[in-house]
Design a protein around this ligand. Structure first.
Ligand SMILES: [Zn+2]
Length: 241
């Protein structure tokens, strides 16, 4: 999990994104009015999903996997709360696995990665990726903030799985994480071998691309490097800090 700035009209946006955002906000407003007038409104609109996919770099905000087959629109605060069902600020992009894990045992209040007054997941959460004997991710924290503790609880459920289907999904997730960590380690090896050569800058930018916020499992990769000297070589250029 990393912080994601929610796209807003007030932000500097390119013309196309601005138009798409305006259309989407209008549609959400129409649906809200429909419901206020006694009809059934819909928040699950293609325009909303498209804007969330752009906003969240195609990633589930909880596990940070890119899984185009299972995108879901999640209401951070329950859609039953007045004003929350059609509120753009309350809509986040999650995958089916995380959404079902979150619903199974209701979580009181996790970190909202789009609310920058909440604790910053990148400094609060520690992801330990263990490749052997079983590929596994374990999430811990040194913080006693209730939101952080709830987030740790949820993420450990996400990476372990509850039901047999969820356990299978968690194993698939661990495979993807391993593959991303391997890509990162290979890129790092190539970079350190290229230091002092004409290829140094090229390999450095490859590492930065793999570590960037629009790639899967950014938080896990950051945590993986956190205890090592390597991180200080790249930290100043990471796009999510
Ligand atoms: Zn997810």
């Amino acid at each position: 999990m990393i912080r994601i700035k929610k796209i807003q009209l007030g932000n500097s946006l390119n013309a196309l994104t601005r138009v798409k955002l305006l259309i989407m906000l209008d549609k959400l407003k129409d649906e809200e009015e429909k419901e206020a007038n006694g009809s059934t409104g819909k928040y699950l609109l293609p325009e909303v999903l498209e804007m969330l996919i752009i906003n969240f770099h195609k990633k589930c905000y909880i596990c940070e996997n890119i899984d185009s087959t299972s995108y879901e629109i999640e209401h951070f605060h329950s859609k039953l709360i007045v004003g929350m069902k059609y509120n753009w600020n309350n809509l986040l992009l999650s995958c089916a696995h995380c959404n079902s894990t979150k619903k199974r045992k209701p979580i009181i209040s996790i970190i909202n990665c789009t609310d920058f007054t909440d604790p910053d997941p990148i400094t609060e959460l520690k992801f330990d990726y263990m490749p052997i004997p079983r590929k596994k991710v374990e999430v811990t924290t040194l913080s006693s903030n209730p939101k952080t503790l709830e987030t740790v609880l949820l993420l450990n459920r996400v990476f372990t799985g509850g039901t047999s289907t969820q356990k299978e999904e968690a194993r698939a997730l661990a495979d993807l994480i391993r593959s991303e960590i391997r890509k990162l380690l290979n890129a790092l090896e190539e970079y350190y071998e290229a230091i002092g050569t004409t290829e140094e800058a090229h390999f450095r930018s490859r590492v930065l691309v793999i570590m960037s916020s629009n790639r899967p499992f950014t938080g896990i990769k950051y945590s993986y490097l956190k205890g090592q000297d390597i991180l200080s070589d790249f930290e100043a250029d990471l796009d999510f800090l």
